[in-house]
Design a protein around this ligand. Structure first.
Ligand SMILES: [Zn+2]
Length: 244
């Protein structure tokens, strides 16, 4: 059975709008970093924030302070441990002008986040966390969703990932849990086009990699649920947010 707690990313912004927001925030997001627009690359511009800026994080609906602080402290690991050139800070609750706006609670259908600068497209929540504090998946989920919020995509979709997926089983298992085939392909099976990406080498220990049960692959291939940021996760943040 597929857990409803699998953390997802949200692709809800029109690709052209997404591209424009990304490049206006940080010109290096353009494919090749040149600022030239190449039509076939529109959907794969990076969505990193401008290095050196502060991301303000606000919780919607004033959740429990312990939950907020736990989420904020986990999120801070991305920058504190990597030394990347970006700051995050806590804004007041329900601050609609905050950069990252988080809904929490077990009633939410999914944990998810907009990727990087896609968060600029809408006025409401940019992230949902439905896993309660103390749950086995809590750390994984918060670290993973903040990876998306900082611009990281799913590692199992890395252009160099050679996962021997048993597509039929992956599709059947997730669709039985209410995912559409398009969801499964977008979140799991389809590889990301390798056009002008800033990336580190494929890393099956990345927090951005899904757990892959043996039943989902052909042959002897599985990945356990990652519990912490990997060395390459930190390297990726330094690449995305360099110091001058
Ligand atoms: Zn995800």
């Amino acid at each position: 059975m597929i857990s409803p707690m699998i953390p997802r990313c949200r692709y809800r912004v029109d690709p052209l709008r997404s591209y424009e927001l990304a490049v206006a925030e940080n010109p290096l997001n353009a494919p090749g970093g040149s600022g030239n627009r190449r039509k076939r690359s529109l959907g794969v511009a990076s969505k990193f924030w401008k290095p050196g800026r502060t991301l303000w994080v606000s919780f919607l609906g004033a959740p429990d302070r312990r939950l907020k602080m736990s989420i904020f402290e986990l999120a801070s690991q991305w920058l504190d441990l990597s030394g990347a050139n970006l700051e995050i800070d806590l804004a007041e609750d329900d601050d609609k002008k905050a950069t990252i706006r988080i809904l929490t609670g077990p009633h939410l259908p999914h944990s998810l986040s907009d990727i990087g600068t896609d968060a600029l497209a809408y006025g409401e929540d940019t992230m949902c966390i439905n896993v309660p504090l103390g749950h086995d998946f809590f750390e994984n989920t918060v670290l993973h969703e903040f990876g998306h919020a900082l611009g990281a995509e799913h590692e199992h979709r890395h252009p160099d990932a050679d996962i021997p997926w048993n597509e039929q089983v992956v599709l059947q298992s997730h669709m039985a849990a209410g995912w559409t085939e398009a969801d499964v392909r977008q979140q799991i099976l389809s590889k990301i086009d390798d056009v002008g990406l800033r990336k580190t080498a494929y890393d099956r220990t990345s927090i951005m990699h899904y757990a892959v049960p043996q039943a989902f692959t052909h042959g002897d291939w599985e990945v356990a649920l990652p519990q912490q940021l990997s060395e390459k996760d930190l390297e990726f943040m330094r690449l995305a947010y360099p110091h001058d």
